[in-house]
Design a protein around this ligand. Sequence first.
Ligand code: DGL
Length: 264
Amino acid sequence: MSTRPTILVFDSGLGGLTVQREIAKARPGARYVYVADDAFFPYGQHSEQALIGRVVPLMGELIAAHRPDLVVIACNTASTIVLSHLRAAYTVPFVGTVPAIKPACAGSITKRVSVLGTSGTVKREYTQTLIREFGGGCIVTLVGSANLASLAEAALSSGRDMADADIFNEIAPCFVQDAAGARTDTVVLACTHYPLLLDELTRLAPWPVAWIDPAPAIARRVVDLIGAQQPGVMHNDSVLLYTSGKRHAWPETLAPFFGGRVAA
Ligand code: DGL
């Protein structure tokens, strides 16, 4: 492993920055290459076959171009279907992002948990298996959101706030109360875009819940695999690339996600 390892972080758009932010905090002194596959965004609207056909060859090109020591698939929609194909095709280690159902169900007091993800993620067999294995007696409500990832992407790309009503419509089905009064106390953020809107989600929630974001756990896994920061090595060459080839209008707004400057 080099003293300044290259970590490639991949998502359909800017949502994976919520994972990038935690990794940069946990592992300074790395070279970060963040790739947003905006030319194919949103992933939630594509079939499983289309995603496999898109991401597997694209990852081959990215590995050849950037020679990463580790790749983080910072996207639930891709990880829950493409990860096994990537591991079969390439030798570089991959860390995925999958719905944090295990900690959510373990921590729920009311035993009512909602999983908020893209329509693709909530349909996946992978997600069903997590619920069967780690549901721990909880009643789990799956909520496939058609628009929340696009709202988060638009908010960060444009710097504008999205309409409260549009956000509320996407999250409302997560809040379930049964006849006996038991209600949802935990919502899994099963799409990396959603923590970008955490302030809005918290403010618009009909009642307080725990929002479960797996990013800190993913960052710990990355450090386990890549090793700790080498003394004196700082990360100052982070880069953000869009597959469409576009440039971000305000790269300075992205700097906090990289723990410093980023070329975008
Ligand atoms: N950020 C992605 C995820 O974690 C998906 C957003 C999309 O492209 O639909 O699922």
